[in-house]
Design a protein around this ligand. Sequence first.
Ligand code: FE2
Length: 387
Amino acid sequence: MAVEIKDLKNIQNTTYGVDKIFDGAEDFLPLNGTDYVELYVGNAKQSALYYKTAFGFQSEAFSGMETGVKDKVSYVLKQDKIRLVLTTSLEEGGEINEHINKHGDGVKVVALWVDDATKAWGETTKRGAKSFFEPRKEEDEYGYVVRSGIHTYGETVHIFVERDHYNGVFLPGYKKWESHYNPAPLGLRYIDHMVGNVGWGEMNQWCEFYAKTMGFAQIISFDDNDISTDFTALMSKVMSNGNGRIKFPINEPAKGKKKSQIEEYIDFYNGPGVQHIAVATNDIVKTVSAMRDRGVEFLYVPENYYDDILERVGNIDEDIDVLKKHGILIDRDDEGYLLQLFTKPVVDRPTMFFEIIQRKGAQSFGKGNFKALFEAIEREQENRGTL
Ligand code: FE2
């Protein structure tokens, strides 16, 4: 199946560099971008140190016993437009511990920045989204925010954040996190897309959920003929909001001779969840080599991937030998090319990982790399005994 990107019209080029209107997407839910991503983790203090050291995130805000919160701790990390919130429980039992027990460390909240969180909740729940919580005003001495939430696949939720009237460091109740340990940022700029893995036969249902309740349009579709190796397969569709700032590919497993990487994820996460967070950089060589120096492990692609690469992708600005040295993958579509690389899982279960992506015109997702990538994942599965 050919990769298809529907009729892109430039409207404005503001903060994200990719402001497009996707035909078919409806505008009842205007989204300004990703506001934050919150992970429930077993040890937020140590996770925060990992993301600061290995990914170059900066200390931003904190909430916990020192700010009057007795039952949980959250560290907020920032790098350019990306905010990560790492939350752990201070108590026995409860929703956070249950989430961690079931899923391991993983993404609970994909928060979306809106102008009107009350309207966002009203429009989505009216169209069938299940409420996570009703619109509520949260305030402190720096002003107020309005937040509301809906459920999506698995136990993942979307929270709408309206923050026009807030000047504090993150959200009401959070204090600036001052740290003496501030490793340099590594050029991660914004979240390019976030991928959800759902169960067998559930992809279309969740794509319809994003179309119906949030007005997203499907921009790309891959079936198991596109995404399969000799052993494993998956299917994927990419849903985008109207201005293209929010893109959610949804994967489901497909039958192969051996176990799909999506099935492995579902087995270990115990259900659907966020598979990877793709973060954009302007200089992938610099970003990836620094991340590697700081301990991040990336998937290994065999050197023969580069043998016929220029025939496949045409001329590129970068030196192939440099890309090869770092294992960076290249793919081209009608609009340009992209460079990408995937980390190994960043948690102990074979579940969540990150993608580092640099777009040079291309708006697609690296279809040409799927085979090499999946063979690399299969080698990891083989090592884990889960293939
Ligand atoms: Fe991706």
